[in-house]
Design a protein around this ligand. Structure first.
Ligand code: HEM
Length: 406
């Protein structure tokens, strides 16, 4: 695979999406943590020839990289997200982030609480009598899409279409072959073109007739007299869709997955619902929806004693950093008793997740509602979970559940 490094093919663009050879099987993707623990001990910072990138496993080193945008750039070749704040460096990033912060306020998020409750209850109502569901299909998948659509001002009738295309934008390759990567790149291109065309139409409509939604606010927001261009509003909409949907789906799913694996935690949470925010934070640390964050070196740097040349890709393994024994006591234990939980699952520093308050709120509401509606949540015996085949995303494709009503 080393030849990939100097090519300009679609494969190169997604070169670091190739899984590590150490974490290739479904079983390992479902539970990669012992492998991360061993890599962190043996090779805390290493170059992987097969994937043409550096891997960083320790908390201290990951934190250092995310904290230093002067040395580690976010401007990386990710087609769909090019031109969005996620792949921008200062000073442009600072200006854009201040602008979008004006529209994406804590109040705008808090105002969504009732809507989140209403949508969760509606979705659970559809499965209530059956006694079984697929959590991903029935709740964790649709909820974030509906909420983002609401926030952006997307008409309700288009939501299914939305889910389909936003899933395509974040989907990984089916296997490790070149063909699978080419196919994935092609599907992503089509998905991204569709979504862009769709948003263009809404942006033009809101320019003429502003409403109370985020798109209208973004079109109106100004910093130093400067407004976002239509192109910038467009890439922000696409970013919200890509960054906010599957991640939140996986947070909710990973929390419920954990509760089916650990009946004590499920019982603790059920009998003490104010503990749910802690359950959400511990899920973020223990089963992080985004397990890795990429950067590119802007100059020659030293990380964990290793010299990395300018222009190299660096993958920060959040899933490993979150279980670093130098930072967390009993890191492999899931507990609701942590006083501090400085996990890196929403990133750190200037790119810290803009949607973190929304993701936390959605997860909290979904979990409280689930636990107060159903007396017992159990996995379905005999069904093997299937990991999402992307080294960046940590989650399962489906989570079949059995439940009894309260
Ligand atoms: C950035 C994770 C939900 C919008 C990030 C980053 C991470 C992350 C790790 C930093 C990436 C980097 O440093 O390169 C997550 C997780 C989520 C979640 C785990 C759910 C559990 C959301 C939601 C939204 C959102 C719901 C919006 C609706 C964004 C945006 C950025 C971002 C706009 C870019 C911020 C910037 O570059 O300044 N997210 N995210 N995220 N996230 Fe999230």
């Amino acid at each position: 695979m080393t030849q990939v490094r100097n090519s300009t093919s679609a494969v190169e663009q997604y070169a670091n999406l190739i899984p590590m050879s150490e974490i290739a099987s479904n079983a390992d993707q479902l539970f990669p943590f012992p492998i991360f623990n061993s890599l962190r001990q043996k090779t805390p910072v290493r170059y992987d020839e097969a994937r043409s990138c550096w891997d960083v496993f320790r908390y201290e080193d990951v934190h250092y990289i995310l904290k230093n945008p002067k040395l580690f750039s976010s401007e990386r070749g990710s087609g769909t997200l090019q031109g969005s704040i996620l792949t921008m460096d200062p000073p442009r990033h600072t200006k854009m982030r201040n602008l979008v912060n004006k529209a994406f306020t804590p109040k705008a998020v808090k105002d969504l609480k009732n809507k989140i409750e209403e949508v969760t209850l509606y979705l659970l109502d559809q499965v209530n009598e059956k006694g079984t569901m697929d959590l991903v299909h029935n709740l964790a998948g649709p909820l974030p899409v509906i909420i983002i659509a609401e926030l952006l001002g997307v008409p309700a009738k288009d939501r299914d279409l939305f889910k389909t295309y936003s899933d395509v934008l974040v989907a990984g390759a089916k296997d490790n072959s070149n063909e699978a990567f080419q196919r994935m790149a092609q599907k992503r291109k089509e998905g991204s073109e569709f979504i862009k065309e769709y948003f263009k139409k809404i942006i033009l409509e809101r320019k003429v007739n502003p409403e109370e939604d985020l798109i209208s606010l973004l079109l109106a927001a100004k910093i130093d007299g400067e407004k976002l261009t239509e192109e910038e509003v467009l890439s922000f909409c696409v970013l919200l869709l890509v960054a906010g949907n599957e991640t939140t789906t996986n947070l909710i799913t990973n929390a419920v997955r954990y509760m089916t694996e650990d009946k004590n935690i499920q019982e603790q949470a059920r009998t003490n619902l104010p503990l749910i925010p802690k359950l959400v934070e511990e899920t973020l640390r223990f089963y992080p929806p985004i397990q890795a964050i990429g950067r590119v070196t802007k100059e020659q740097v030293k990380v964990g004693g290793k010299t990395i040349q300018k222009g190299e890709q660096v993958i920060c393994w959040v899933a490993s950093a979150n279980r670093d024994e130098q930072k967390f006591a009993e890191p492999d234990r899931f507990t609701l008793e942590r006083k501090l939980n400085p996990h890196l699952s929403f990133g750190f520093g200037i790119h810290f997740c803009l949607g973190a308050p929304l993701a936390r709120l959605e997860a909290e509401v979904a979990l409280v509602t689930l636990l107060s509606t159903f007396a017992k949540l159990e996995g379905v015996k005999g069904t093997e979970l299937e990991a999402i085949p992307s080294p960046f995303v940590f989650g399962v494709k489906r989570l079949p559940l059995k439940f009894t009503r309260q």
